[in-house]
Design a protein around this ligand. Structure first.
Ligand code: FES
Length: 199
């Protein structure tokens, strides 16, 4: 096996490896093309968070662990997360457009629209900047605003992630959330298209 191919396989996301194994198994077993197509269609699972998904830490000591509401406290910096389908345990990590920003704010500070999509002050948004698709990894603690390190766009999570400054052309798409059995869960998909394209 060529060195580059070996490298690529060793760095393939676990969910991708699972799908590859399932697909190979289907072909080896001579299963119908419709089943093979269905397994290939598993890629659509990675398209973005869906209703019922839980969230796992993107990085840090707890990377891959399910995020509980108590992991997020008012006043703390946002947490970047992948959505995870809870039945199959497939982490939707195929595309950076699936990355989610979670932060807990004072519930009383949320505007009306944001409050409808929040759970106990917890709000969620796409983590991909709408300007040039950098991950929005920064946090302006004074303004309580998300901050993109690439060209300094800032977004207000208490007001539906509207753009406060910088070249970003539109708000970060919101993700409605709820709390079930002490776990933070997506209550739908992104409202709007994540990334630089609006349609
Ligand atoms: S990519 Fe975020 S401000 Fe340009």
């Amino acid at each position: 096996m060529a060195r580059q191919e070996l490298y690529d396989r060793n760095h393939e996301p676990p969910s991708s490896l699972l799908r590859r194994a399932l697909l190979k198994g289907a072909v080896a077993a001579g299963l119908t093309s419709s089943l093979a197509d269905a397994l290939r269609g598993a890629d659509s699972i990675a398209a973005g968070p869906q209703a019922g998904d839980v969230f796992v830490f993107f990085s840090g000591d707890h990377a891959g662990q399910v995020i509980k509401p108590t992991d997020l406290i008012v006043g703390a910096s946002p947490v970047m997360a992948w959505p995870k389908e809870p039945v199959t345990d497939i982490v939707r990590d195929e595309s950076r457009l699936s990355l989610v920003l979670l932060v807990r704010l004072e519930a009383a500070c949320l505007d009306e629209v944001t409050a409808l999509r929040a759970a106990e002050g917890l709000v969620a948004y796409s983590a991909t900047c709408t300007h040039a698709q950098c991950p929005v990894t920064g946090w302006n603690d004074e303004k309580k605003a998300f901050s993109c390190p690439c060209h300094q766009s800032e977004y207000d999570p208490s007001q539906n992630a509207k753009v406060l400054s910088g070249p970003a052309p539109r708000a970060l798409p919101a993700l409605p959330v709820k709390i079930e059995n002490n776990v933070l869960v997506a209550a739908g998909a992104f409202i709007g298209r994540p990334g630089a394209r609006s349609t």
